[in-house]
Design a protein around this ligand. Structure first.
Ligand code: ATP
Ligand code: MG
Length: 230
């Protein structure tokens, strides 16, 4: 499937119940996300935010209703969906291999110059330069050197290499101290400028930079508006 930009996501009456369970988690979500929009999805723990993210990413299928990208059901994309949508979640995963390999999970063909470029963009190039083997340093050997904030920056670098038009952030700054969190949020927003951004969060830090905010409560969208209105 080869879609033409701009990319618009449409959720129509999306319901979701986990297989083998009875409780309906999403109860009729209707939502249009315009190209380049920066949308915050706010909600309490357990309200269904990550479930919604996994449906948008195509990791799960709605029990009923549809999710479409430019009018095409995301069901139809299979792995191809990763060309259009990428996700950074609560615990960015680093594989037990070199920094270069970890970054190239975003784009196998990235040149060394491209790797340095994204590391500069996320503010990690100096740190990596100082490692004994630079880009070839193994993450497990560097293990403890990666703080929470640095892991999130590395995850962002990976996403920047993938360069999808839509990026989902599922509480990507959870567990960071407030100052680091603000710095990471600022980097994310600056570097992802122009892309459609879906920011899932349970608190208000950083949402002033978004242009639309919606609340999810018990599987339903309850309120929407701009950060100024709310
Ligand atoms: P948090 O802010 O804590 O991340 P959330 O809003 O992302 O919460 P979800 O992870 O979407 O919430 O979970 C919504 C509900 O779905 C919860 O009641 C949870 O227990 C349930 N749930 C999540 N994953 C599964 C699963 N794999 N199987 C069954 N139930 C699940
Ligand atoms: Mg969650």
């Amino acid at each position: 499937i080869d879609l033409k930009q701009p990319y618009e996501l449409t959720l129509s009456n999306v319901h979701y119940t986990y297989p083998g369970t009875k409780k309906e988690i999403l109860k009729g979500i209707n939502l249009t996300i315009k190209p380049g929009e920066r949308l915050a999805i706010l909600g309490r723990s357990g309200s269904g935010k990550s479930t919604l993210a996994s449906l948008i990413r195509g990791d799960r299928k709605p029990s009923s209703g549809s999710i479409k990208l430019n009018g095409v059901d995301t069901d139809k994309f299979g792995d191809q969906i990763t060309k259009y949508i990428s996700i950074i979640n609560q615990t960015p995963y680093l594989f037990n291999t070199t920094i270069a390999n970890n970054l190239r999970l975003g784009n196998e063909d990235a040149s060394e110059e491209q790797l340095w470029q994204v590391l500069r963009r996320v503010g990690l190039s100096e740190m990596v330069q100082e490692l004994p083997d630079g880009l070839e340093t193994k993450v497990d050997e560097a293990g403890l050197r990666f703080s929470g904030g640095e892991r999130h920056r590395l995850a962002l670098a990976r996403i920047l290499l993938r360069d999808t038009p839509i990026v989902l952030l599922d509480e990507p700054t959870v567990g960071l101290d407030p100052i680091t969190e603000q710095a990471v949020i600022n980097t994310f927003i600056k570097q992802l400028k122009g892309k459609t951004l879906i920011w899932i969060t349970h608190h208000l830090q950083g949402i002033d930079k978004m242009n639309q905010v919606i609340f999810i409560e018990d599987g339903k969208l309850t309120m929407e508006g701009t950060p100024q209105e709310l």
